[in-house]
Write a protein that binds this ligand. Structure first.
Ligand code: AQP
Length: 321
């Protein structure tokens, strides 16, 4: 299968990015033709500081490699290194109804809040469609928030195929039920814009402090808590725990007589252990930025080859080649 996904370098990756998307990238690099890119053109919609954007881009590559992305198995590259995608985006834009984009949630949310939105945000789903279609991707591993954009991609590809012949492969989203929407520290979706995240490689001290400050309900400690599955702390703990650890924690909630501090400490310990090896790998990788840039260059060359083929297929089909 051909697999593709992109992730924005708008800051450092958080637990939501990891469990919703990155973990899938790593699983799917085995036995598939996998393309993963750092979406710096999309990030330009929010990051307007050039130094920060290039810094986050390198950080994103370091994070992905440290977390287990293997460049001998998957193709890792930076979005702007494949200009064919921007050209393909134009071909798709010429047939995109305004109403379809006006309905997309990222744009709609800004409008509803009365915030000014630019054309980049409005057309974001078309660039995302080009990102996916350029590699004939069949599977797109993502979190729940991206399902709508993949539907837009399918609609645009279907409409292009209808007009010009079978050019594009229609992709499917791959969302893992258990981690489709990882909650943040406040129980809402974990998201940079809600300021409720814990970063994967956040220094241990500050990460622990954030965990210890997670708000909890005020039920007395003695009371059993049979509705533990809806508890934010329990949900976060489950991300890192084995089945046996989860069962033990569930039993504790059902029995009652504990303080939430116990759960917070268990969560902090589990998260620390979970990412310990990746943290070490990241330190080693960070000592060799030239090596990481070489991986990205090689990835871009391989990605351009595939994107070039698809672009020329699309251009021929619509009469501009
Ligand atoms: N909380 C989440 N649960 C599950 N999956 C998530 N993803 C993001 N947050 C969660 C998935 O991570 C991938 C990369 O997403 P992105 O590059 O679009 O990052 P993002 O969604 O912009 O991250 P934020 O923190 O939510 O940023 P803002 O606040 O700018 O929107 C995607 O597959 C996404 O589904």
């Amino acid at each position: 299968m051909k697999v593709l996904s992109g992730i924005q370098p708008t800051g450092r990756f958080h637990w939501g990015n990891y469990f919703g998307a990155i973990q899938q990238y790593i699983d799917l690099q085995h036995g598939n033709e996998a393309y993963y890119f750092i979406a710096n053109l999309h990030a330009l919609n929010t990051v307007r500081d050039p130094k920060a954007l290039s810094g986050y881009t390198l950080d994103a590559a370091l994070d992905l490699l440290a977390l287990g992305l293997d460049p001998s198995k998957a193709i890792l590259f930076v979005q702007s290194d494949v200009p064919e995608v921007s050209e393909l985006c134009w071909l798709l834009m010429t047939g995109t109804p305004m109403s379809m984009l006006a309905n997309c949630h990222a744009y709609k949310a800004k409008k509803e809040k009365g915030l000014p939105a630019d054309v980049g945000l409005f057309t974001y789903p078309v660039l995302m469609a080009a990102d996916i279609l350029a590699y004939d991707a069949e599977i797109v591993p993502v979190g729940e928030d991206q399902i709508q954009h993949i539907e837009v991609c399918r609609d645009l590809a279907g409409s292009f195929n209808h007009h010009f012949g079978e050019v594009f492969v229609l992709p499917k989203a791959r969302v893992l039920q258990a981690t489709a929407k990882v909650p943040g520290l406040d129980g809402e979706k974990m998201s940079k814009s809600y300021n409720n995240t814990i970063e994967v490689f956040e220094p241990i001290g500050p990460a622990r402090k954030k965990i210890m400050r997670i708000p909890t309900d005020s039920r007395p400690m003695e009371e059993p808590k049979p509705d533990y599955e809806g508890d934010n702390l329990y949900q976060l703990f489950s991300l890192f725990a084995t089945e046996a650890q989860k069962a033990e924690m569930a039993a504790m909630y059902q029995k009652g007589g504990f303080g939430y501090g116990t759960v917070k400490k268990a969560l902090a310990d589990a998260a620390e252990t979970y990412f310990a090896a990746a943290r070490e790998r990241r330190e080693k990788l960070a000592a060799d930025p030239a090596g990481v840039k070489e991986i990205l260059r090689d990835g871009a060359a391989r990605a351009r080859k595939k994107a070039g083929e698809v672009l020329s297929r699309a251009k021929k089909a619509c009469g501009v080649a």
